[in-house]
Write a protein that binds this ligand. Structure first.
Ligand SMILES: Cc1ncc(COP(=O)(O)O)c(C=O)c1O
Length: 352
C-alpha cells in the first residue's frame, strides 16, 4: 500500500494524545471547569432550534454574528473551523504549494508543522533565543531570503507562554512579503490582539479558539478574523458543513456567556500569579506566561516528572525537543490542582 501513499505522508507520525486517567489532567491547556450543568437549559433551548435531520447552517450564520459582536467586527470578517486546528490546516492549503517555504519560530505549536507537511511545503525553523524570546531579525531575514509564502506566529506562544509585542508583529508584517498567520488561541489570557491589523491588512489572518478561555474544547470550535478578501480564500478550501449543528448550538451559548468567561479568565490569571509567587524562592526557571499554562525549566526535571506522575498530575514534557530540554509545561487548574502542583515542586526542592 505504501507505494501509493504520497511521500510527505509516509514520514508523518499520527498525533498521539496521552489517555492516562490522571487525577488532574494539566497537559492540554484546557479549562478545568465544565460549565455544562450551569448551561444545560440554555444548551437545550439552542439545540431545539436545530433540525438534526437537516444539514446545519453552512456558514454558522448566528454564531458568526455573535463572534463578530465579541470582536467588534462584521460577520464577513469571520470564518469558523472545526477547532482552530482546522483553520491552521486551511491556511496552509490556501497558501502553501509543494516545496514552498514557511517560516515558523520555534519552539511552538506542532500543528503548524503537520499542516505544512501535508501540503508538501518546507518549514524554515527560526529558533528562539535561550530565554525563549523571539529572534525577530532572523524571522524577517529567513522569510525574505526564502521568499516564504507564510509565517506562523503564535501570540502568546505555546509552549513558552511568551508573547511578541505589537511593534514586533508590525515589523514582521512590514519588513516581509509573506502571509502572516497569527495564532491567538490564548488571547483572552493576554488581552492584546492583532484583530484590527487583520481587518485592514489582507496579508494578515488571526486565528482563535473556544477551546481555552471559553472552556469548550470538547465541541471543537475555532475561528479566524480577517479581511473579506482573506476570508474568501479560506472559504474556497473549507468543507461545506464543517461545523455540526450540535457544536454551533453549544458555541452560541458559550459566546453569549462572555461575562462568565471573563470572570473565570480573571480567576485563572490570579491563580497563575499565585503559583509564580509560591515558587519564586525555588531555583527553577519559570517563564513569564500570558496564557493558561506555565513553562518551567529545572535541572531536577527527571525527579519532577516522577513526582508529578506519583501525584497523578498529567503534565507536558518534550523529550524529543533539544530546545525544550528540562522543560515541563503545566496548565492552570482548579485551586486544588494548583496546590498539588506547588506541593510537588516544594517536595522535590525541600532540601534548598
Ligand atoms: C497555539 C494553539 N493553537 C491552536 C490550538 C488548537 O486549538 P483547537 O482546540 O481550537 O483546535 C492549540 C491547542 O492547544 C494551541 O495551543
Amino acid at each position: 500500500m505504501n507505494q501509493n501513499v504520497r511521500a510527505k505522508i509516509v514520514n508523518l507520525v499520527p498525533y498521539k494524545v496521552s489517555e492516562t486517567n490522571y487525577r488532574w489532567t494539566l497537559n492540554a491547556n484546557e479549562s478545568p471547569i465544565n460549565l455544562f450543568d450551569q448551561w444545560q437549559d440554555e444548551i437545550l433551548s439552542e439545540l431545539k432550534k436545530e433540525s438534526i435531520n437537516l444539514y446545519p447552517s453552512a456558514n454558522c450564520d448566528t454564531l458568526r454574528k455573535l463572534l463578530a459582536t465579541y470582536n467588534s467586527c462584521s460577520p464577513e470578517n469571520i470564518v469558523c473551523g472545526n477547532g482552530s486546528d482546522e483553520i491552521i490546516k486551511m491556511v496552509a492549503e490556501v497558501f502553501v504549494d509543494s516545496k514552498d517555504k514557511v517560516v515558523i519560530p520555534t519552539p511552538t505549536f506542532s500543528e503548524y508543522f503537520t499542516s505544512v507537511a501535508i501540503v508538501g511545503g518546507e518549514v524554515i525553523e527560526v529558533p528562539s533565543k535561550a530565554d525563549f524570546t523571539f529572534d525577530i531579525e532572523e524571522i524577517i531575514l529567513q522569510a525574505n531570503q526564502n521568499k516564504a509564502k507564510l509565517i506562523f506566529l503564535c501570540v502568546p506562544n505555546n509552549p513558552t507562554g511568551l508573547a511578541l509585542t505589537d511593534s514586533e508583529i508590525a515589523r514582521i508584517i512590514h519588513d516581509t512579503q509573506s502571509i502572516i498567520a497569527i495564532d491567538e488561541a490564548y488571547f483572552e489570557f493576554y488581552g492584546k490582539t492583532s484583530a484590527s491589523v487583520a481587518l485592514e491588512n489582507e496579508r494578515v489572518i488571526v486565528m482563535r479558539t473556544l477551546s481555552k478561555a471559553f472552556g469548550v474544547a470538547g465541541i471543537r470550535l475555532g475561528y479566524a478574523i480577517a479581511s473579506p478578501g482573506m476570508i474568501d480564500l479560506i472559504q474556497r478550501v473549507r468543507m461545506p458543513y464543517n461545523i455540526s449543528a450540535l457544536t454551533q448550538a453549544v458555541a452560541r451559548v458559550a459566546v453569549r456567556n462572555i461575562e462568565q468567561m471573563r470572570s473565570i479568565t480573571q480567576t485563572m490569571i490570579e491563580q497563575r500569579n499565585r503559583i509564580v509567587y509560591q515558587l519564586s524562592a525555588l531555583p527553577i526557571e519559570v517563564f513569564d506566561s500570558h496564557t493558561n499554562f506555565i513553562l518551567y525549566r529545572s535541572d531536577r526535571y527527571v525527579q519532577l516528572m516522577e513526582a508529578f506522575e506519583g501525584a497523578s498530575i498529567g503534565v507536558r514534557s518534550y523529550p524529543n525537543s533539544p530546545l525544550l530540554k528540562n522543560c515541563i509545561r503545566i496548565s492552570l487548574g482548579t485551586v486544588e490542582a494548583n496546590d498539588a502542583v506547588i506541593a510537588v515542586f516544594k517536595e522535590v526542592y525541600q532540601d534548598v
